[in-house]
Design a binder for this molecule. Structure first.
Ligand code: APR
Length: 246
């Protein structure tokens, strides 16, 4: 796989790199993406039912069981080469931040230290009433109504559903990191979901060199400095080799 000289030099000279990732970075681990391809999540599950507050309130057991099944799936699968290369990059560059829309925890499992989870994490639950977060204790799918230890209200997965705001501290930190990076590498993001999709534009506006890795083209194509078309799990190891081993 050949890469442009400029791309290689930009990464070699970078002091601060942001990896901005979406479902595409976990696709080769076996986790379906949300919108593209025949197995995409929202083609099989109605987001109104499974990924909104009214949907949860209408049938908490159904939602809880769906996320329990996803938790089991994530546990059985593992990070792929893209996650591992991203984690390895923190040994090479002064400041590496991973900003992910994913809730699978695979960046952390691959060894990434500085991870901002914009859409929450399936490792956590939160109280439907007071919003306090708790580490998910793995309660079985038959524990249909796990409740808050503080107030007794229902627990829900601590993830961002449609119509909800992103965690403000996480988004603020993500904006700061995107405003102060030399290179932003956007991997496996459809760029359809805001406000997360604003972040690569923040980076460009701040003078960062923007690289996009995706199987398909997205709105970012016309503004990215470099578009690498293909699978993240193949491109990332090849990019590492081009930057550090050639
Ligand atoms: N390598 C690189 N890119 C890939 C790969 C791969 N192996 N497989 C799929 N892609 C790309 C697709 O072309 C698509 O652009 O990854 C992107 C996945 O898009 P989505 O399924 O929309 O996922 P994402 O962009 O993360 O969605 C954002 O939407 O539903 C919400 O909360 C959910 O976090 C999610 C958010």
């Amino acid at each position: 796989m050949k890469f442009e000289r400029t791309l290689i030099e930009k990464i070699r000279q970078a002091q601060r790199i942001v990896f901005f990732t979406g479902a595409g970075v976990s696709q080769e681990s076996g986790i379906p993406t949300f919108r593209d391809g025949p197995n995409s999540v929202w083609q099989h599950f109605d987001p109104e039912v499974y990924a909104t507050v009214p949907g949860f309130d209408k049938n908490p057991t159904k939602v809880w069981e769906w996320y329990w099944e996803r938790r089991q799936t994530f546990k059985a699968l593992k990070p792929n080469a893209a996650h591992h290369v991203i984690a390895a990059w923190q040994e090479k560059i002064q400041k590496v931040t991973v900003i992910t829309q994913n809730i699978d925890g695979f960046h952390q499992r691959a060894g990434s230290q500085s991870v901002i989870e914009l859409h929450g994490s399936l490792a956590m639950d939160k109280c439907r009433a007071n919003g306090h977060s708790f580490k998910h204790d793995g309660n079985s799918v038959f524990d249909e109504h796990p409740s808050c230890a503080e107030c007794g209200s229902l627990l829900r997965p601590d993830v961002v559903w449609f119509g909800e705001a992103l965690p403000d501290v996480a988004y603020y930190q993500a904006e700061m990191d995107c405003s102060n990076c030399d290179v932003l590498i956007c991997i496996g993001c459809s760029m359809d979901i805001y406000p997360a999709a604003n972040l690569p534009y923040t980076a460009i506006a701040s003078g960062a060199y923007l690289i996009q890795i995706n199987l398909n083209s997205t709105n970012l194509n016309e503004v990215a400095n470099c578009n690498l078309r293909g699978k993240a799990g193949e491109i990332m190891p090849a990019l590492w080799q081009a930057v550090y081993e050639n």
